[in-house]
Design a protein around this ligand. Sequence first.
Ligand SMILES: Cc1cc2nc3c(=O)[nH]c(=O)nc-3n(C[C@H](O)[C@H](O)[C@H](O)COP(=O)(O)OP(=O)(O)OC[C@H]3O[C@@H](n4cnc5c(N)ncnc54)[C@H](O)[C@@H]3O)c2cc1C
Length: 347
Amino acid sequence: MTAPPSPRLIDDVALIAADIRRRALGEVRLDADLRDYSRWRCGGRAALVVAPRDKRSVSRLLAYFRQRSIPWAVVGEGSNLFFDDAGVQVPLVHVGPQLGAVRVDGTLVRVDAGVWVPGLALKMMRGGLGGIEHIVGIPGTFGGLVLMNGGSLRRGVGENIVEVEVAEQDGSVRRPRHSECGFAYRRSALQQRNCIVLGATLQLTPGNCAAMRRHMLEIMASRRRRFPRDLPNCGSVFVSDPALYASIGPPGAAIELAKQKGAREGDAMVSPKHANFIVNLGNACSADIITLIRRVREAVAVRSGHHMRCEVRFMNFAGEVREVHEWLEDPAWREQRSDEPRRVLNG
Ligand SMILES: Cc1cc2nc3c(=O)[nH]c(=O)nc-3n(C[C@H](O)[C@H](O)[C@H](O)COP(=O)(O)OP(=O)(O)OC[C@H]3O[C@@H](n4cnc5c(N)ncnc54)[C@H](O)[C@@H]3O)c2cc1C
């Protein structure tokens, strides 16, 4: 995933797809519309998307890629990720419901990476297991949640994780313990590892179903009140930062103070309902969203001196993923984008 893809890769896509089908490693899509894989509903086309059948297929797929030096990238629900308008040239591994098992053993729960997060929270509540009620409103896969250490109410799922099961780049399976995962606010060391999360073991605590249910209903009601619901978005764009929080408040407050609420770039708009969300009014492309993020970030920096970090991640043509502010701070990338005419392969 780190090496730039060879130009030959594009020619080989049909061959790779046929190989993967023959080995029955998963469902294969060629020339897929990336709008189907990002909750912002933008991006170009993916040369190849593979949805592995099970955990073993993920390992075999990575071993297959490794043996042939084929770079790859991974996507879950795409609720925190968007793609280049030029598309993605490397094979995308789509972790979804095929990896959907949840096994309860007392208060230890083994969860596969493709499990739908709100469904997991509800299932645990019904089984009287507490600790992860705060994830009930997060519309992603469990694998994406683990990688991002996602959560709400200032909490992260990492707090409850005992160990994670990952497929490494050579296809081998490892089980890093909690202490090796480097969980921090909306971050984990797994992000640097270029691995695929296959699942994780959670340590939960016995809890009162009715009380947990009430708490979850409150969380959902509060989210419905505060977050935009009808237009495509990828959740919070910027991560809350303690220094910014102390001086101004959460990113939404800083964005409002910098007079960016409602700001627009093409069909991308800072949500009038919650300034830390950017919504797609219909035909926003990834370039619009990136430009708007840059404008908002600069306006906040001018107003408050804080350079906000992004939570949302962007995948370029070569399948490299970084948080958007990291791309924006890369002079080579900025230079390249200003030179290139926008290559929109959709629409
Ligand atoms: C309306 C809305 C509300 C949201 N609210 C919250 C919230 O309250 N708290 C919060 O933390 N987040 C929130 N999010 C963001 C998002 O839902 C979470 O970050 C979620 O956990 C991402 O999961 P995903 O499957 O969508 O991952 P994706 O968006 O598909 O991917 C995110 C990153 O994880 C990588 N990845 C995905 N799956 C795997 C895997 N199996 N192995 C290795 N890497 C993987 C991707 O390459 C990418 O880098 C919200 C999003 C939306 C749209």
